[in-house]
Design a binder for this molecule. Structure first.
Ligand SMILES: Nc1ncnc2c1ncn2[C@@H]1O[C@H](COP(=O)(O)OP(=O)(O)OP(=O)(O)O)[C@@H](O)[C@H]1O
Length: 335
């Protein structure tokens, strides 16, 4: 693979350019009584890398499944380059959206090359008869597919593994192979669901470079990831889902400094959110307990002399030292 040295900041996306690649409008997905995604709007423009983040269970994968025709949204529409998409995943792929999954879904007993060739099937037009007789048209198409697959293996750095079984690749290379297979359908938009999950720091950096190279080749990217450093170093724009709703959307700078995002990741309800009343009750109870402990300490000091007072002070110092420990910010792995 030719690994570019440019960054998202060096190579800003053409934000104003043309119509959106992806336009999700009012997408809602209910499972019985549970609303996993509620009225989410999201646009990806040509040349953009957009991040989708949120705590566990926020609805990110469900939203991806609505975009790719795996789920039929209860409400809302999804358009690709101005055309509303059908609710059939192979038709969505044919239209120009490809994806990878949270859990690797390769054909384990097929070779690396065969896995990429499978990804080409939406772009080959030879019929069954042509395939059975292996006529010249079929052989030409087959050669073209293989050339393209090899190009993708070189692009992802897997060319020398073409004949290895997918199951024998190390984990990081299996993830790359998934991306190569998704690219084989020649998408205009690539959806990546947690592409760096379980990766080492070196593999994560390589994945970032690969995603930037994909963008440079003209494919927009929408990526779900829990690794905040990866997201904030890669994306032009980030949307945050919390409890199925889009909470914030903006540049990485705006999103990572937003108090509501920090609160959502630390599990602290923000003002006006469900749970705020309960949190206020807990805070009041803790304050009352602390006051009672303090009053008890003073009484003990008066009654029992200096030693009791010193013990109380020591205990208070140790408690406040613990309280002064910095809380985990939403950085690195969120879970
Ligand atoms: N097929 C389903 N049937 C019922 N409930 C579902 C289904 N799929 C997801 N959910 C629920 O919808 C909610 C959102 O789940 P989803 O997997 O989309 O979240 P997520 O943000 O991708 O989480 P994670 O980061 O852990 O992958 C969760 O409460 C989940 O249990």
């Amino acid at each position: 693979m030719t690994t570019p040295t440019t960054t998202a900041a060096d190579n800003p996306a053409p934000r104003e350019a043309g119509s959106a690649v992806l336009d999700a409008s009012g997408v809602t997905m209910r499972f019985g009584g549970l609303t996993a995604v509620r009225d989410v709007n999201l646009t990806v423009r040509p040349g953009e890398i957009v991040g989708l983040i949120g705590p566990n269970g926020a609805g990110k994968t469900t939203f991806f499944n609505c975009l790719t025709g795996l789920y039929i949204p209860t409400e809302g529409t999804v358009s690709y380059k101005g055309t509303v998409l059908p609710h059939r995943s192979h038709l969505v792929t044919q239209a120009g959206i490809a994806r990878t999954f949270q859990n690797i879904r390769l054909f384990a007993n097929m070779t690396v090359l065969e896995n990429v060739l499978v990804g080409r099937h939406t772009r080959t037009h030879e019929g069954l008869f042509s395939a059975l007789v292996r006529g010249p048209g079929f052989r030409r198409a087959e050669r073209h597919s293989e050339d393209r697959a090899m190009e993708l293996l070189r692009f992802t750095g897997l060319a020398d593994k073409r004949d290895h079984l997918a199951r024998n690749l190390p984990y990081g290379e299996q993830r790359k192979l998934e991306i190569a297979r998704a690219l084989a359908s020649e998408p205009g938009l690539l959806l990546l669901d947690e592409p760096t999950a379980g990766m080492t720091a070196v593999e994560t950096t390589a994945t970032r470079e690969l995603v930037l190279a994909i963008r440079e080749q003209g494919t927009a990217v929408l990526v779900i990831e829990h690794d905040m450093r990866f997201i904030f170093n890669l994306c032009d724009r980030v949307a945050v889902l919390v409890q199925g709703q889009k909470l914030v959307e903006g540049t990485p700078d705006i999103v990572q400094n937003d108090d509501r995002v920090i609160a959502a990741y630390l599990g602290t309800p923000f003002e006006g959110e469900p749970g705020e009343a309960e949190a206020a009750e807990v805070r009041a109870a803790e304050e009352a307990e602390a006051r009672a402990a303090e009053e008890g300490g003073i009484r003990a000091a008066e009654e029992g002399g200096i030693r009791a007072a010193e013990e109380t002070e020591a205990a208070t110092t140790s408690q406040s030292a613990q309280a002064d420990q910095p809380a985990d910010a939403p950085e690195g792995k969120a879970d």
